[in-house]
Design a protein around this ligand. Structure first.
Ligand code: 7TS
Length: 400
């Protein structure tokens, strides 16, 4: 059996999405900006694709949704253009992010720091959540941008985006959210949440890889990152990724249609897996279920090195993760666990299981069996586990 539980890294392309994209490779392959039938064949599908993306995040028509190559590009765009538009001009010199943002945000913040910008890295609480009042406490009249992710990719923790949006609006500070892990998992409404900039990535919600987007509120549009032609209303140059846009639109439409299934049926499977994991000895989960999206579990198995567990799972055909795949080439411990303050050996034992609407109950049964066997085997050969004293305080708030 092969089971894919690494959906926070990427997702299977929905067959309906693939079907809608297919004609744009070998039939309707014209450049939309050309002046012939091949070009005009793409116009209606492009328009419909864009409309579906606007609808998916409740963006009004006067705002901009600009297609990019990925969320990493969208995040880079926000930070680099905030630098050009607000910091380099001397108007502002401070940005606020959380210490558990995706590396594409952290690395941008560090880059701006190297250019003289002040950066505040907000801590998370013991449940792995950024609290809105900490955002309010650090905003000054020099703050150009607050950038807080909607949902954390490691734990699945949902951050208080509506409250943070309120605070930023009241204080007149621009607000960006990386909503990569929120689309298709929680209702996303840029107007209700007072968001100025929002990052998306199609491959996280059963769309294709290589296509993302940046939402920008009217009158808050940023200087382009990519200069060149006049594509995307002059906001981003480069020939349009027609198949990608059509696919992202379809995936967005389906994400909205599947939201109930995700929040109830996927949650039921996730909860069953989590119950079984927590019923095992010395296992820990940080963020309480009701404060998490329905598909994610970040679980620590005391005495079991994360990479060793992944090895056993992989041999049994199960795909999971020890943390962000983007960082998995270095064997660093899970950054979220470190930010929470868990001791290093426990941080090294974190495994992320992320489900999707394609996950089945049979797969969950199989995973439970394999994980139990793997944890027993690996603990059996671990010298450190045998010596771990009982009742040892691991600094985590939940679990057994
Ligand atoms: N932002 C968040 C919150 C993410 O989870 C990711 C990918 C990205 C940005 C980058 O997206 P991309 O479109 O540039 O690929 N996160 C992960 C992960 O958790 N494991 O692998 C990739």
């Amino acid at each position: 059996m092969r089971v894919y539980l690494d959906n926070n890294a990427t997702t299977i392309v929905d067959p309906h999405v693939f079907e809608e994209m297919e004609p744009f490779f070998v039939q309707k392959y014209g450049n939309p900006n050309s002046l012939h039938q091949f070009a005009s064949d793409t116009h209606k599908p492009l328009k419909e694709g864009m409309q579906k993306i606007y609808a998916g995040i409740h963006a009004p028509n006067e705002d901009s949704v600009v297609i990019t190559s990925c969320a990493t590009e969208s995040n880079n765009w926000v930070f680099k253009s905030i630098y050009f538009d607000y910091i380099l001009t001397g108007r502002k010199n401070h940005i606020i992010i959380s210490e558990v943002e995706h590396p594409s945000v952290i690395a941008c913040a560090k880059f701006l720091e190297s250019k003289g910008c002040k950066v505040t890295y907000l801590p998370i609480n013991s449940e792995g959540i950024v609290e809105a009042h900490t955002v309010a406490a650090f905003i000054t009249d020099k703050t150009a941008l607050v950038s807080i992710m909607w949902v954390n990719n490691e734990t699945g923790a949902i951050f208080p985006i509506h409250e943070i949006g309120e605070i930023c609006k009241a204080k007149g500070v621009l607000f960006h959210t990386d909503a990569v892990q929120a689309i298709g998992k929680v209702p996303v409404d840029v107007q209700a949440a007072n968001i100025d900039y929002l990052t998306m990535s199609a491959h996280k919600f059963h769309g294709p890889k290589g296509v993302g987007a940046l939402y920008m509120k009217k009158d808050k549009e940023l200087t382009p990152l990519l200069h060149g032609g006049s594509q995307m209303g002059g906001h981003r140059s480069g020939t349009l990724n027609v198949a990608g846009i059509v696919g992202m639109g379809k995936a967005m439409e389906q994400a909205a249609d599947s939201l109930d299934y995700e929040m109830h049926d996927v949650k039921e499977m996730r909860d069953r897996l989590e119950d079984a994991l927590l019923a095992m000895k010395d296992t820990f989960v940080v963020t309480p279920r009701e404060k998490r999206v329905a598909n994610t579990i970040l679980v620590s198995f005391r005495g079991v090195e994360g990479e060793a567990m992944l090895w056993d799972l992989n041999r049994a055909g199960i795909a999971a993760s020890t943390g962000s795949a983007c960082a998995s080439e270095d064997l660093e411990s899970n950054p979220v666990m470190e930010a929470i303050g868990a001791e290093a050996d426990l941080a090294h034992t974190a495994i992320r299981f992320s489900l999707s609407r394609y996950t089945t109950p049979e797969e969950i049964d199989y995973v439970i069996d394999v994980v139990r066997t793997a944890a027993d085997r690996l603990r059996g050969i671990s010298s450190s586990y045998a010596y771990a004293p009982d009742g040892h305080d691991c600094g985590l708030s939940t679990g057994h």
